[in-house]
Write a protein that binds this ligand. Sequence first.
Ligand code: ATP
Length: 381
Amino acid sequence: MVSSYFKGILLNLGLDEERIEVLENKGGIVEDEFEGMRYLRLKDSARSLRRGTVVFDEHNIILGFPHIKRVVQLENGIRRAFKRKPFYVEEKVDGYNVRVAKIGEKILVFTRGGFVCPFTTERIEDFITLDFFKDYPNMVLCGEMAGPESPYLVEGPPYVKEDIQFFLFDIQEKKTGRSLPVEERLKLAEEYGIPSVEVFGLYDLSRIDELHALIDRLTKEKREGIVMKSPDMKKIVKYVTPYANINDIKIGARIFFDLPHGYFMQRIKRLAFYLAERKIRGEEFDEYARALGKVLLEPFVESIWDISSGDDEIAELFTVRVKKLETAHKMVTHFERLRLKIHIDDIEVLDNGYWRITFKRVYPDATKEMRELWNGHAFVD
Ligand code: ATP
């Protein structure tokens, strides 16, 4: 049940009683709590409130981070989105999306779904100086947390060698969710020393050859892709490298049964459009075709062997660094609420007094399905 306090705020935001009730009944709005602070989390969008919006009070409303449209044909995608006008090209960093905001005296970090992330909230001051919020308490820093030691992703970008880092890509106003224009964001990032995603520059359609060359360089460097933004942030589209499509399939194929088939189809589609747009033929085409087959099949077959040869489970291994052990426990509780099955495997104290926690995310349904099939279970296709 949503309390009358939060109901009142939603009514003031223009949602009617009936809509609130429907959302409530289907679990689209949930009242939550973090260290004694109560907030409302929107699991679905409602009017101007995007999915993942969090509401603390009338002023402290942090809108969900908007979806970014994808293009799979770079040249035509740019033509349609920006015509002949200039746009900024930034790196698309492969990590997890966070929104950082000051609520009362606390700095909290929210995940895409609108949960307070206990891990990132504890660590955020290691990555950004919080002075920004003294001067701009009404602003939200949106960025990507990325690196090899992340609680949500098995891999990070190649240039983050250990732990994780924060990369700013947007500054939004509380309550309206409006983004600052790119130049203003870059100026503030510089002024307050907030680390940002790499900005490759201001481009337009006439420089498509340079953008194709950039994609090829990013692929060689094992980076995920680019996000293109009009200077006023009104138009934004993303494009990923063939490397990212193939690597995602490789990571996904180990837990094949736990992912929707669309996960693989989408990435094959993106790769096919890349090969067609760039007219990749001959030896290079064969290399992509071999790589695709291999990344799809090899981890899949290996995971079948793991299951068939004993009581192994399909699982992924993660490590994170925390300041307090209590934070690791809060993370486990957070995962349990997301109905994920987690085992802490190892706890080690580091030289700086932090703790390195290694945990396993187990996939019981995928394990069960694979075991049944291996054991000869007959089924109708
Ligand atoms: P959607 O955009 O539809 O929600 P998604 O959640 O599947 O898609 P991705 O396809 O990975 O996410 O792409 C969007 C995400 O990319 C953003 O939510 C953000 O976290 C991340 N990102 C990384 N770098 C940037 C950047 N420079 N600008 C904007 N977003 C970026």
